[in-house]
Ligand binder design. Structure first.
Ligand code: GAP
Length: 448
């Protein structure tokens, strides 16, 4: 047992993470992987609402890079690459390794940067630090020989570097330009944890900006600002976001300069994205190892990289949006003694945009009407139909998953073909004609 009991602040943080993990499972955002077999390797699966929200994050990032920004094209490279890529990139050496210590009593291993003094599990003595490479080995082909050994990619950007020339030529690009990619990456993390914060399989959203060495500093500053703005524009609290300059001795092995964008999680300030000036490290090394000259106009382009985690962004948005309202939001009902949860996600991130609700379910005409409305909206928006429980309870159920709008068919609907639209944040209701509904909703979701 840990000899120091948790402080009040630590207990609050653990409590908050437990609430968020439990909400995520109960409402179909995130499930433990292989749960019926007791879970596996701290992996997680994204449920029906989780996959919608994660897709929203990836789409917003993709559009930002390939539509809003100038001169960035996309790529989707294979996860499995020649093992020579990983020799060239430096990932097979000590550079891509965590320092770990082992408890001499319970033999648990810990990252050196996460621990002080004694074993946090049993207070045993710790061994001297040892390097532990994070690459995940696999074998390709049916015979498990050395020749068929390769690795699951540990960062998606290597697929971009080995395609630098293909993209340059096929798209007739000129420097400066960028290549964006979203995809899975794998690391044999020693201590995965904090829910989906650190896992062994995760998704990265990476953009590599190729430019002349002379312009590298200017673009580094530009991209750092753009990436901070991205999180803030999607509603992240300013006070919970910061950019930290990483000193030379702590930088990734390829980085000439590194800024970590950090979020204030319940478990402390932690990195959610890295902005790196990788200099000519990657293209010069791939030239050397492959024998292919990857210079442009006689020099190796410098690379400014923005490297975000889709899963870490997900966790950040989820935690930042999570609110508990003691006594309830309306404070007029029987439920007012309860704590109500509001997931105040940005409307672009929210997994469900609207819910269609008949006021009561024992009136067949109302149920029929609400189902018709649901059928009308389903091709246009991610929406849900819900008729179970009191209307107040249904509103709360939708607030808990961040649904932006609740559309209620009531008795007036049967008279004049209108319904009410309730706004998640203001709880204000407006009445709208069903025949104008699709246009009104499109406008509300874009401009509200
Ligand atoms: N290409 C540069 C690179 O991979 P990194 O700082 O090692 O840089 C970038 O990783 C981002 O990828 C991190 O900021 C984080 O969002 C995400 N990431 C890295 N390891 C992760 C893990 N084990 N679990 C979840 N996300 C991870």
């Amino acid at each position: 047992m840990d000899s120091n009991p948790p402080t009040t602040q630590q207990r609050k943080s653990i409590d908050l993470m437990q609430k968020i993990t439990s909400l995520a499972k109960r409402r179909g955002f995130i499930f433990p992987s292989s749960e019926i077999y007791g879970g596996f390797g701290s992996g997680y699966d994204f449920g029906p609402l989780g996959v919608e929200m994660k897709n929203n994050i990836k789409k917003i990032w993709w559009d930002e890079m390939t539509k809003t920004q100038e001169n960035i094209v996309g790529l989707d490279a294979a996860i499995l690459m020649s093992p020579k890529v990983w020799s060239a990139s430096g990932h097979l050496t000590a550079g891509f390794a965590d320092e770990l210590v082992e408890c001499q009593k319970c033999h648990k291993r810990f990252r050196l940067d996460e621990i002080k003094g004694k074993c946090p599990e049993c207070a045993g003595m710790l061994s001297k630090p040892r390097k532990f490479n994070l690459m995940m080995k696999t074998s390709v082909g049916s015979v498990e020989t050395e020749a068929s050994t390769t690795y699951l990619r540990a960062e998606t950007c290597q697929g971009i570097y080995v395609n630098f020339e293909n993209v340059l030529n096929s798209m007739r690009q000129k420097l400066p330009f960028g290549i964006a990619q979203i995809g899975k990456a794998f690391r044999n993390e020693i201590t995965p944890g904090n829910f989906i914060y650190r896992t062994r399989e995760f998704e990265q959203m990476e953009m590599q900006w190729f430019c002349s060495p002379k312009e590298a500093d200017k673009f580094f500053d530009y991209w750092q600002k753009q990436r901070m703005k991205w999180y803030l524009d999607l509603g992240i609290k300013k006070t919970a976001l910061r950019a930290i300059e990483i000193p030379a001795e702590e930088r990734a092995h390829y980085a000439k300069r590194q800024i970590d964008i950090e979020y204030h999680f319940p478990f402390g300030w932690q990195e959610i994205e890295g902005v790196h000036n990788r200099g000519d490290y990657d293209l010069s090394n791939h030239s050397k190892h492959s024998g292919k000259d990857l210079q442009y106009e006689g020099y190796y382009p410098y690379i400014i990289e923005t490297s975000a985690g889709a899963d870490r962004s997900f966790l950040t948005f989820l935690i930042d949006a999570f609110q508990e309202i003691k006594g309830g939001r309306t404070k007029t009902t029987q439920a007012s003694k309860e704590v109500e949860v509001l997931l105040k996600l940005d409307k672009k991130l929210a997994p469900v945009k609207m819910a269609v609700l008949p006021l009561v379910r024992n009136k067949p005409e109302l149920v029929k009407k609400a189902k018709e409305v649901y059928k009308l909206l389903k091709p246009h928006f991610v929406c849900q139909y819900d008729e179970l429980g009191s209307i107040g309870r249904r509103y709360r159920r939708q607030d808990e998953v961040g649904t932006i709008l609740c559309l209620t068919c009531d008795f007036q609907t049967l008279e004049d073909d209108t319904l009410t639209i309730r706004n998640r944040d203001t709880m204000k209701q407006t009445r709208v004609k069903i025949k104008e509904l699709v246009d009104v909703l499109k406008e509300k979701l874009n401009t509200q």
